[in-house]
Design a protein around this ligand. Structure first.
Ligand SMILES: *Cc1c(COP(=O)(O)O)cnc(C)c1O
Length: 394
């Protein structure tokens, strides 16, 4: 029986789910007993460090933490974030006015659009990109204008190519470096251009820094907020998810312009009651405690990255090793689309890779693999690809 209540237009406007076909194929393979190896999921496979888990256990037992927390987060948590920013980036933040706690950065990324976009407004979104930027904006009734991320531009958006009338009417810009899905990184020159653009056109910059600690070969990605004028035009989203293998814990933050932080906090006070205080204490432990687990994580991903890139290059790719993120973004061989290649790899090797089109139109011709599987499984996946697909041409 069909439901007689129509969905709201904002739900109908969300883009269709793309991977139905591939997921059906995965299910069929699994049913047929194939040992599927997924390189598709960007979710750390390593556990949260012990000292963080122990802090949760201790604080979960404290009745003081059993009541409603505040929507914007405990002062102690926001202070820990401020100290971490000072230590890591040399950025000075006022914990009371310039930081708001989030239930994972995804929550804030989706809700910031509700704070600043009216129906019909234009928002600049990079393509390919994390789907939540456009999703949140569409739910708020706004219209994303997609900025292509092209290999020839190092997967940075070319702001000088944004048509004048689009730049004038745009209210927000979402960017994300180190970047999911391309693995690209951005430096001072790019962030200064972003700040100039935001000033010139009065655009609110939303920078997603989720991967700032997932970097290799000694590279330390910057924060958007460390560049002059950034705090006047924008906000940065971040979380402990990828720093301490805490994606399931759901705790992050937004930091930057106090008016934007206040608006997000006001929005949240109407839709959620914040994150469990015991989880806030655990995140404080992560941010203020020993950081050797972070270096260990970087070493593990870096080894997997080297194995993966070298194996693909042996098969005919000519990939450079990404400096950050746990993704490798690679072109599909000649004669393939993103989908046909993902289907081929699944069919012949029992390996799941993500078609680039899942991240936007400009992801066409690419696929993404995640480094979040143990080395042995990754080697097995690569051996199967080598054996059953062989060498590739472009
Ligand atoms: C994983 C990820 C995040 C982090 O999301 P949380 O909600 O903080 O877990 C944010 N942005 C991007 C692009 C990501 O890939």
């Amino acid at each position: 029986m069909s439901l007689k209540f129509a969905e709201a237009q904002r739900i109908k406007n969300l883009p269709p789910y793309l991977f139905a076909r591939i997921e059906k194929l995965i299910d069929e393979k699994r049913e047929a007993g194939v040992d599927i190896i997924s390189l598709g999921i960007g979710d750390p496979d390593m556990p949260t460090p012990d000292h963080i888990i122990q802090e949760l256990q201790k604080e979960a037992a404290n009745p003081a933490n059993h009541q409603y927390p505040t929507s914007v987060g405990m002062p102690a948590y926001r202070q820990a974030v401020a100290r971490w920013y000072a230590r890591r980036f040399g950025v000075d933040l006022d914990p009371a006015r310039e930081i708001v706690t989030l239930i994972g950065s995804k929550e804030g990324i989706a809700h910031i659009s509700w704070c600043y976009l009216n129906p019909g407004d234009t928002v600049l979104v990079t393509d390919p990109g994390y789907p939540v930027y456009a999703g949140g904006a569409i739910l708020a009734g706004a219209e994303p204008y997609y900025l292509p991320l092209l290999r020839e531009n190092g997967f940075l958006p070319d702001l000088s190519a944004v048509p004048e009338e689009v730049a004038r009417r745009a209210k927000m810009l979402f960017i994300n470096y180190p970047n999911n899905p391309t693995g690209a990184v951005a430096g001072e020159k790019f962030f200064r251009e972003v700040i100039d653009f935001a000033r010139q056109y009065n655009v609110l910059v939303c920078h997603d820094a989720a991967y700032s600690e997932v970097a290799y070969d000694g590279y330390k990605p910057p924060s958007f907020l460390q560049f002059p004028g950034a705090k006047e035009v924008g906000i940065e989203f971040h979380s402990v998810s990828k720093i301490y293998n805490m994606t399931g814990w759901r705790i992050g933050w937004a930091a930057g312009h106090p008016d934007v932080v206040e608006a997000l906090g006001r929005f949240k006070s109407n839709v959620d009651s914040g994150q469990f205080q015991a989880i806030q204490y655990a995140a404080i432990k992560g941010l203020t405690g020993p950081q050797d687990a972070v270096q260990q994580m970087q070493r593990v991903y870096q080894e997997r990255r080297d194995i993966l890139v070298e194996a693909l290059n042996d098969m005919g790719w000519r990939l450079e090793k990404p400096k950050a993120t746990f993704y490798v973004w690679a072109p599909v061989p000649a004669g393939h689309t993103s989908e046909s290649f993902a289907e081929l790899v699944l069919d012949k090797a029992g390996v799941v890779i993500t078609p680039g089109t899942g991240y936007g139109k400009n992801g066409a011709g690419y696929f993404r693999v995640a480094l979040t599987v143990p080395k042995e499984r990754m080697l097995e996946a690569l051996n199967r690809m080598k054996k059953n697909i062989g060498s590739v041409k472009f």
